[in-house]
Design a protein around this ligand. Structure first.
Ligand SMILES: Cc1cc2nc3c(=O)[nH]c(=O)nc-3n(C[C@H](O)[C@H](O)[C@H](O)COP(=O)(O)O)c2cc1C
Length: 443
């Protein structure tokens, strides 16, 4: 079934496997995509993927996260993105642009800026964002954000992309409004589930007006929040404590999914957890050493960022690692059972994300009707020819992705690629693979 075609709103996919969002430092300082971005995306297209979902491309001019990630906050970004998409289209591979706004979870910045702290509510969040406090958006700032999403949606269509995905996941701005552990607002954007959903609703309505009824719009939605407790410190606590501790449950998100269907969205892309990174979103190990490098790289930005780097520098890694790894661990097909519930509840096409690498497991997920398509990231960074290996009869690749998550955390500061040295015969071989990722394969 993995190699059976599938359609979403008339958009034909040649098989059931999508490359999930993978962002990296592949843009110029201003967010314009480079030829490294084009070559990176093209490599997946060349290797038989049915489609590619872009990295989260920022709708906001200030909040690029991390630095040198792509932006779509101005018309000037359209042309270079269009050129990358044309390169992908040569290989009968669809391209969906995912748009988002990191809000208060903005990872890093060259020069600390106020806008990077904006969120649904004012609170201290130890792990996410670099400002000491997230700051509540005013109603005017919310209106600006809705308009930024709508304008970005228009530009997505202008790039020649095949569809638009809006991320309501990853602990980014829409998720910061949906999540009752984060959103403490007392106005029409906070409190009840309907109020917390309002920002997403207004964004979808505004985006649909810009792209028209015939253009596919999908939503990346987390099946359940978990909120990364008890490890993350988020203050002050929120009552009731289960909202603070777990965020939205699957029942809450099924309710949102019903509303999304009513708004005419065309597919749901289901992942899990809250925040980037979080243990449910990228099941695997927590790479303490890589996190230390990341915290050191942005320690100058605030007292919070400085304290995080002190903690990571002063506790030896052999002690820090077991603590930081609490709750982490690889779970195959982590969102598959949840995806089934969204499929049953809405009847919408469902893409399930996270923890796929074994063909047998992937086939079972599809055959049991848990999802219509599967999205993958880390295993394709490790083995871009994974589908070729499946076609050659293998159920799992020779040198599988170990889910060490080093690529995930390094993406903020380093070139994209696999950083698990145990998968390579030497350090040189690993580095060569990383450099090859963005090189032009036709040269
Ligand atoms: C290097 C890297 C960068 C990522 N960048 C993004 C991103 O920009 N937006 C997003 O929504 N998810 C991003 N993700 C998450 C992946 O899309 C995916 O959901 C996650 O890795 C779980 O899938 P997997 O088990 O197949 O890796 C990234 C993951 C990795 C490893």
């Amino acid at each position: 079934m993995l190699f059976d075609p599938f359609q979403i709103k008339g958009l034909q996919f040649k098989n059931r496997v999508m490359r999930s969002s993978i962002g990296g430092r592949t843009s110029y300082y201003d967010g314009t995509v480079t030829s490294a971005f084009k070559n990176f995306e093209k490599r997946f297209a060349e290797h038989d993927l049915a489609g590619i979902i872009s990295a989260t491309i920022s709708v906001n001019n200030d909040r690029t996260s991390p630095m040198e990630y792509p932006k779509i906050s101005d018309d000037r970004y359209v042309k270079p993105l269009a050129s990358a998409i044309r390169a992908v289209h040569q290989y009968d591979c669809r391209y969906i642009i995912q748009i988002g706004d990191t809000g208060g979870a903005t990872h890093t910045s060259l020069l600390s800026q106020k806008g990077d702290a904006k969120s649904s509510s004012t609170l201290f969040d130890l792990f996410y964002g670099y400002h000491n406090l997230h700051e509540a958006m005013s109603l005017e700032e919310i209106d600006i954000t809705i308009n930024e999403f709508a304008e970005a949606a228009r530009r997505v269509r202008e790039t020649g992309a095949d569809g638009l995905e809006i991320t309501a996941s990853k602990g980014y701005i829409i998720h910061q409004f949906l999540n009752p552990g984060i959103n403490r607002r007392k106005d029409k954007y906070g409190g009840s589930a309907d109020n917390r959903f309002r920002l997403l609703e207004e964004i979808i309505i505004a985006a649909r007006k810009k792209v028209g009824d015939d253009f596919p719009i999908g939503i990346r939605l987390s099946a359940a929040g978990y909120n990364y407790q008890p490890l993350n410190l988020r203050l002050p606590p929120r009552w009731p404590l289960n909202h603070w501790y777990f965020g939205n449950t699957i029942e809450d998100n099924l309710y949102f999914a019903g509303k999304l269907k009513g708004l005419g969205i065309d597919y749901l892309h289901i992942d899990k957890g809250y925040g980037f990174p979080n243990p449910k979103g990228t099941p695997g190990s927590f790479p303490v050493h890589e996190m230390k490098m990341f915290y050191n790289s942005n320690r100058h930005l605030s007292t919070k960022a400085w304290m995080r780097s002190i903690v990571f520098n002063s506790i030896p890694e052999f002690l820090l690692s077991p603590i930081a790894n609490i709750g982490w661990g690889y779970v195959p097909a982590i969102s598959a059972d949840d995806a089934r519930r969204f499929k049953e509840a809405t009847g919408l096409p469902i893409i399930s994300n996270g923890g796929y690498q074994d063909r047998k497991e992937m086939e079972e997920t599809l055959e049991q009707g848990k999802a219509d398509m599967l999205a993958m990231a880390r295993p394709l960074l490790a083995n871009v020819d994974l589908l070729h290996q499946f076609k050659a009869g293998k159920s799992s690749p020779d040198r599988p992705c170990s889910h060490c998550n080093k690529c995930l955390v390094r993406t903020a500061n380093y070139p994209l690629g696999c950083y698990d040295q145990t998968r390579f015969i030497s350090q040189d071989a690993m580095e060569q693979q990383i450099m090859e990722w963005s090189a032009d394969s036709e040269q």
